[in-house]
Design a protein around this ligand. Structure first.
Ligand code: URA
Length: 218
């Protein structure tokens, strides 16, 4: 009998933890219901030109979930939040081609608002269901540092009580995981209500990313 939608991605994650195999397999994932309304799963990647060999990538950046642009393109952080991330990485002196970028949840969760597909925050159930993909990526990439972009990624790895506003930029240690630095989500900066807030949040974001760069080059 075909599996419709389960409670975990685990049955869909192959034993072979190489990125090309995982990237192909994720398209068959029915570990939660999000596959029903998303265009496709969006797996993590480094920009082309990098070998994606374990040990070659020092930073793994984890966002929340693909947005509208990412869902259509099939690639993470290619929309407005991705453009802002690119700008911040340049200012922090980090080469995006050496960063593995992925998301906590691999399918776009949205609700219709007229003709628009409005981003909907993934719930605990979807985050839990999708975790085996993130674990497989961590195993394949073996980053020296994880950078969590925003609360969904940070709380997913560091616990529900973790506060990005209080502890951003600090190196966190968690059992069985590489060191973690949490920082703002670029979409939060895009949503800032005033130009002043936007500038101060961007400065904080760049500062945290510089800390991440320093950590991996130390
Ligand atoms: N926001 C995310 O968290 N991830 C993306 O890939 C795009 C926007």
């Amino acid at each position: 009998m075909p599996v419709i939608a389960g409670e975990s991605a685990a049955p869909f994650v192959p034993a072979d933890r190489s990125l090309p195999v995982l990237r192909e397999a994720v398209q068959q994932c029915r570990g939660c219901e999000l596959y029903l309304t998303a265009t496709q799963a969006v797996f993590g990647e480094v920009e082309s030109g990098n070998t994606e060999e374990p040990g070659q990538i020092s930073i793994m950046m984890i966002g929340e979930q693909p947005g509208d642009s990412e869902d259509k393109a099939g690639r993470p952080f290619v929309g407005p939040a991705g453009k802002l991330l690119d700008q911040a990485l340049v200012e922090a002196g980090i080469d995006r081609a050496k960063v593995y970028v992925t998301n906590t949840v691999k399918h776009f969760k949205w609700e219709p608002r007229g003709k628009i597909r409005l981003h909907k925050k993934p719930g605990a159930k979807e985050i839990r269901a999708c975790r085996p993909w993130l674990e497989a990526e961590l195993e394949a990439v073996q980053p020296r540092l994880i950078v969590c972009l925003g609360a969904t990624a940070a709380q997913g790895l560091l616990g529900a009580n973790f506060k990005v506003t209080q502890s951003h930029g600090e190196v966190q240690r968690s059992l069985m995981l590489p060191p973690i630095i949490a920082t703002l989500h670029p979409s939060a900066i895009l949503r800032a209500l005033t130009e002043e807030d936007r500038e101060s949040q961007m400065a904080m974001f760049i500062e945290d990313l510089k800390g991440a760069a320093k950590f991996v080059t130390a």
